[in-house]
Ligand binder design. Structure first.
Ligand code: HEM
Length: 400
């Protein structure tokens, strides 16, 4: 691999993410690449460089998705994307970001999330009941998807019966980049949320969407478009990644029986184990995009003004300059410092909820089954065809 000229990345960036990430990092912790979608970006794979980019205001998120769409579709093309998503937290810098984030942040503190524990345990148990006594179980469809979907829909107050619709739109939006199909999915999702929010305005219920609608009316703080933008990040952020935490963690444990036995023997290791699963099979390959507001020199690389920059959380989390023997799963590793929830201003708002769901999902799974065996051949496993997400498409298990 040379360090001159943009490197065109292929499908192995997704299917063999760790090897490709390590090769890129070894060649240069920041380098110019063309993503499999065709988007040219400066890709950050080194740990220190990732933290530096995530905290430096010269790397901006302000309206970054509009820029990306314009680049993909042409300056004069009419955008197929919903304008309602513009005030999405990952598309904003301060002061817009500060204002919107403050408004939703109080709902997602550890203290606000803790009372959800019994309900999440109940949902996990119901799903595990349905998985018990079967010859084989596909983990994604039986457990890893339905658990976080049920939690986030109940929390927000989205009718559970609508889940197939919005999960399909969400998948197209997350995997589809700047495509027409992704644009059309944003339109449908926005239309759906407009209807739902209008219903909550009429008949407020005991859920987060009703609270957000209320907040906007009392203090005149959230516009209808802002409400849509906030709801959509919570809805999508709330399940797409947690699915990957559950499936990635089961996959990591199943390949390391010693670590699985250790966790069974000492459940006090669970919070640490969750952090290690997040580091080891990081649920997001790439950050949301940023662009340089001026020419920036970083790690000996000069990035021109206006170029796109993305961080590979996945590669940074296996940087040997930060983590000893980074490819090894070690649930006793001193924790802290992984970048699976991002870093800086955009640090994941849902981290306390994701951690709670993870602890319950793994705790209940181990309580229920003494033996977890992967039936899928490792060479046949497919990762979701997305540069945003690092998640298995399916994982066939025998549980006893
Ligand atoms: C294991 C599960 C999760 C992972 C790995 C994860 C990961 C991330 C990452 C890496 C970012 C930063 C993106 C960037 O800087 O470009 C982020 C932001 C965000 N996440 Fe999560 N997330 C998870 C679960 C959740 C949940 C459950 C929710 C909500 C219910 C959520 C809501 C958000 C929101 C709203 C942001 C945007 C914050 C901002 O821009 O200020 N996430 N997440």
């Amino acid at each position: 691999m040379t360090t001159t000229g943009p490197l065109v990345l292929g499908g192995d960036f997704v299917q063999d993410a760790h090897s490709v990430g390590a090769k890129l990092r070894e060649s240069a912790p920041i380098r110019h690449v063309v993503l499999p979608s065709g988007l040219p970006v400066w890709l950050v794979t080194g740990y220190e460089e990732a933290r530096a980019v995530a905290t430096d205001p010269r790397f901006s998120s302000q309206r970054v998705y509009d820029r990306m769409h314009r680049m993909a579709l042409g300056e004069d093309a009419e955008s197929p994307f919903s304008e309602d998503f513009a005030m999405n937290l990952l598309n904003l810098d301060p002061p817009d970001h500060t204002r919107l984030r403050k408004l939703v942040a109080k709902t997602f503190t550890g203290r606000a999330i803790a009372p959800l524990r019994p309900r999440i345990e109940q949902v996990a148990d119901e799903l595990l009941d349905a998985m018990t006594g079967r010859d084989s179980v596909e983990l994604l469809e039986s457990y890893a998807y339905p658990l976080p979907i049920r939690v986030i829909t109940e929390l927000l107050g989205v009718p559970f019966d609508d889940r197939d619709q919005f999960t399909a739109w969400s998948k197209t939006m997350v995997d589809g980049g700047a495509s027409e199909a992704a644009g059309a999915a944003t339109m449908r999702m926005a239309g759906y949320l407009h209807g739902l929010i209008a219903a909550k305005r009429e008949n407020p219920e005991d859920d987060l969407l009703s609270q957000l609608v209320h907040a906007s009316e009392d203090g005149d703080r959230l516009s209808p478009s802002e409400l849509i933008a906030v709801s959509v990040v919570l809805l999508i952020g709330g399940f797409e990644t947690t699915v990957n935490l559950i499936s990635g963690g089961v996959f990591s444990l199943s390949r390391d029986p010693g670590q699985l036995a250790l966790l069974r023997a000492d459940r006090s290791l669970m919070p640490n184990a969750i952090e290690e699963f997040l580091r080891h099979e990081t649920p997001n390959i790439l950050s949301s995009p940023r662009y340089t507001t001026e020419e920036v020199e970083i790690a000996g690389v000069v990035i021109p003004a206006g170029d796109f920059v993305m961080v590979s959380w996945l590669a940074a989390n296996r940087d040997p300059s930060r983590f000893t023997d980074p490819d090894r799963l070690d649930i006793t590793r001193p924790m802290g410092g992984h970048l699976a929830f991002g870093h800086g201003l955009h640090f994941c708002l849902g981290a306390p909820l994701a951690r709670l769901e993870g602890e319950i999902a793994f705790g209940r799974l181990l309580d229920r089954f003494a033996d977890i065996e992967v039936l899928s051949a490792v060479d046949d496993l497919r990762w979701r065809d997305s540069t945003a997400m690092h998640g298995l498409e399916s994982l066939e298990l025998r549980l006893r």
